[in-house]
Design a protein around this ligand. Structure first.
Ligand SMILES: [Zn+2]
Length: 322
């Protein structure tokens, strides 16, 4: 009798324990990053020419970018398939898609990119909504305007506006601090080099100083990662959406972009789309499953000169523009 009387009570305790566990969305917070499950930070230094980056690296003016390159590599990225302007450059950077697919061929053509095509949508779809925190902070409102409404809502943090590094830098650090418990993927956009290039010209000291300012914020991000012990598990990709015309104040024909990364698996340069494709692949997205098919191919593994495996599209020819 005693046993029979005790059983229901024991059952209730167990059932209670079970339903309690079941009521929680997950037994523990989604795991944070690890070396084989990295975070990624994609940073755009708007309008900074490849040769000026090289000059500043040579003159040791960009110590934090130099540290990335030392850990990984510096690669040449070429802007193809659209105008060498901010919106099409970032549309490609945020989707790994062609201008045909996004409809963004110049600053004046195309609205937001299609829903579901932003790299952060791809990450949430592939890894799970709660498995990765996604962050977008921009220094130009119209870079933010590339992100469609649904994609904005899906982001854990979206902050777009027109402001310089003195504002974007602290916002970026705050966004990381707020989302550090989970794996994260972030995009930070610094307008300063483009702004100084238009104002003072590509050959000016101000253009170079803007790069130095961006580098200081890269250093602040790197220091924060180190403090949080995330430096070994966070891939950083720093690049530009376009360059600046030699001797000029504009970027009518400025396809010379670049990539500096601590990602040791990156072994070649390519086009803008290849960088977000690399980020997605390194975070664990199976690129073959994505629709529409990405223009970008990861800059990892076999050199571009080797034939692609059967069934894999080679890097497509640039889209011709009138
Ligand atoms: Zn510009």
């Amino acid at each position: 009798m005693i046993v029979r009387r005790l059983l229901p009570a024991a059952f209730l305790v167990l059932a209670g324990a079970c339903s309690c566990r079941g009521a929680e969305p997950s037994p523990a917070a989604p795991p944070a990053a690890a070396a084989d499950r990295p975070n990624a930070i994609l940073i755009s230094w708007d309008g900074l020419s490849r040769d000026v980056v090289r000059e500043l690296l040579k003159d040791k003016k960009l110590p934090n970018l130099a540290k990335l390159v030392e850990a990984g590599s510096f690669q040449e990225i070429t802007v193809k398939g659209h105008e060498t302007e901010t919106r099409p450059g970032h549309a490609e950077m945020l989707t790994a898609l062609s201008a045909d697919a996004t409809g963004v061929r110049s600053n004046y053509e195309g609205g937001p990119v299609p829903e579901g095509t932003v790299i952060f949508d791809r990450l949430k779809a592939a890894l799970g909504k709660d498995a990765v925190a996604t962050i977008v902070v921009t220094g130009k409102a119209y870079v933010g305007s590339l992100v469609p409404d649904g994609s904005r809502k899906a982001l854990d943090l979206f902050d777009a506006g027109s402001r310089g590094a003195a504002t974007v830098g602290p916002l970026a650090l705050g966004a990381l601090e707020k989302n550090k418990a989970r794996r994260f993927a972030a995009f930070f956009h610094f307008l300063d080099p483009d702004s100084a290039g238009h104002g003072y010209g590509r050959d000016s000291a101000q253009y170079r100083q803007a790069a130095v300012t961006c580098d200081a914020w890269l250093g602040a991000i790197a220091d924060w990662l180190k403090k949080e012990k995330l430096d070994g598990s966070t891939l950083i990709y720093v690049m530009a959406d376009h360059g600046m015309d030699p001797g000029g104040h504009q970027h009518h024909n400025a396809p010379d972009s670049w990539l500096a990364t601590n990602d040791k698996t990156v072994i070649r340069g390519g086009t803008i789309a290849d960088v977000p494709a690399t980020l997605l692949a390194r975070m664990g997205v199976d690129l073959k499953t994505l629709k529409p098919e990405l223009l970008g191919k990861p800059l990892v593994g076999k050199p571009a000169a080797e034939p692609a495996p059967a069934g894999e599209r080679k890097t497509p020819a640039p889209v011709s523009t009138p």
